[in-house]
Design a protein around this ligand. Structure first.
Ligand SMILES: [Zn+2]
Length: 420
């Protein structure tokens, strides 16, 4: 008879895996039903600005994406079950064990890379379908299959170049740094993330997109004035060729400290007028002024600290391995099991994170309303919702659970209160 904690872990894991999968499917189906039920009528607040056919296009686009998510959810749950209790990880480990019986760190890195390769290989068809069937059908895709695969190769190489040193550091610390290995790893991980934030806009993002300085003098003038008024310094205003991949529009800030820059998608500049662009930028400035980025970083560092401390304890518990389908105990197996399984245990945090993020959006909107024009922000948002075919009528529960941004109607009615 297996040791009791083993069984408890197995049953807990299976129950949570089934429960989270069912909840996700249920939410997705609710969303599709709600969106379709509201397909034939533009919500009253948008009657003048969004035509019925654009509203219907948004409904059908949301439905197509959500249906794909349902299939993906099932496939991912099956994959996770196969890798853990199905013996997949143990099988991968056995193969590398036969080839490299003594080199534990190298073997560990290879086992982890193999498991990640399997997961990405299974995600790939979904990403391909989303780009070349769903987005293509709705006229958003601008990529060619050649670009898709060259992006994939570039992403993998960058991921490998950045991930391999961290992985080796982790395995090396686990093997030789004593009982506080997880604490040292947390320090390295945190420093790595801060360095990434600083170098990403200047060194990594340009590998995938072209960034050119903003040329429109009139717009530049307006933006500089807004930045000065808000007491904000940036390393420059850039236009990104987002249109080479997709026709969705956006604007964002990246980096921190001295490498901070403002980036506009070319698609955004094409569609919005100067006043609207200024309002969108003021919203983004609101995120900075409320320290949303720093708060998020502190939160992620706290979560990874707790996670690593937990892993530091679990690594010494035999039931942690046997309860999840692994018979041969090793440091690297603890690491990969933890990475694969923790999202299931953290699923209930999702609505809390989403709600926190929506609170941040309201704060940024409030800032924008006070430093630019709320009316122009509303106009910009309506255009973005329309051109990105985002649904105006999400299922309220689905939205509460997942959405990082508040539903359009709530957000716009709050902003409208500033103008009246
Ligand atoms: Zn925002």
């Amino acid at each position: 008879m297996p040791f009791a904690p083993t069984l408890i872990l197995t049953y807990t894991f299976v129950s949570l895996l089934v429960a989270t999968t069912l909840v996700r499917i249920w939410l997705a189906r609710r969303h599709v039903t709600h969106v379709q039920a509201n397909r034939n009528q533009v919500p009253a607040a948008f009657k003048d600005s969004i035509a019925l056919d654009a509203h219907q296009k948004a409904a059908d686009y949301s439905t197509a994406k959500t249906k794909l998510v349902i299939i993906e959810t099932v496939v991912q749950a099956l994959l996770l079950a196969a890798l853990t209790l199905g013996g997949g990880l143990q099988w991968i480990d056995d193969i590398w064990h036969n080839m490299l019986p003594t080199q534990e760190i190298i073997r560990g890195a290879l086992v982890i890379c193999s498991a990640m390769l399997v997961s990405s290989a299974i995600d790939l068809p979904f990403e391909y379908y989303k780009t070349f069937v769903v987005d293509e059908t709705f006229g958003f895709n601008k990529m060619t299959p050649a670009m898709f695969f060259s992006d994939l190769i570039k992403h993998s190489l960058v991921g490998l170049a950045l991930g391999a040193p961290i992985l080796f550091a982790a395995l090396w610390l686990m093997q030789g740094a004593g009982q506080y290995w997880w604490l040292y790893l947390w320090v390295i991980w945190s420093v790595f993330n801060l360095v990434m934030l600083a170098v990403y806009p200047t060194f990594i993002a340009p590998l995938f997109n072209k960034f050119s300085p903003l040329k429109d003098e009139n717009l530049k003038q307006r933006i500089e004035t807004l930045l000065t008024k808000c007491g904000f310094k940036s390393q420059g205003l850039f236009v990104m060729d987002g249109s080479s991949r997709s026709s969705h529009g956006n604007a964002y800030f990246t980096g921190f400290g001295a490498s901070k820059r403002v980036v506009f998608f070319d698609t955004l500049l094409e569609r919005l007028n100067v006043d609207e662009i200024e309002a969108v930028l003021a919203h983004e400035l609101g995120h900075f002024k409320h320290h949303h980025v720093i708060k998020r970083i502190v939160m992620l560092f706290s979560i990874s600290f707790l996670g690593l401390a937990l892993l530091g304890w679990l690594i010494n518990q035999p039931w942690f391995y046997t309860g999840l389908g692994v018979t041969q105990i090793s440091n690297y197996m603890a690491l990969i099991l933890f990475l694969l399984v923790s999202p299931i245990f953290l699923f209930l945090l999702r609505p809390m994170m989403a709600s926190y993020s929506r609170k941040n959006e309201f704060e940024a909107d409030d800032y924008a309303a006070n430093h630019a024009s709320a009316k122009d922000l509303v106009k910009a948002l309506v255009k973005l919702y329309r051109d990105n075919a985002s649904t105006l009528t999400p299922d309220p529960l689905h939205s509460a659970f997942y959405d990082s941004h508040p539903p359009a109607s709530i957000r716009i009615s709050k902003l409208a209160a500033y103008t009246s």
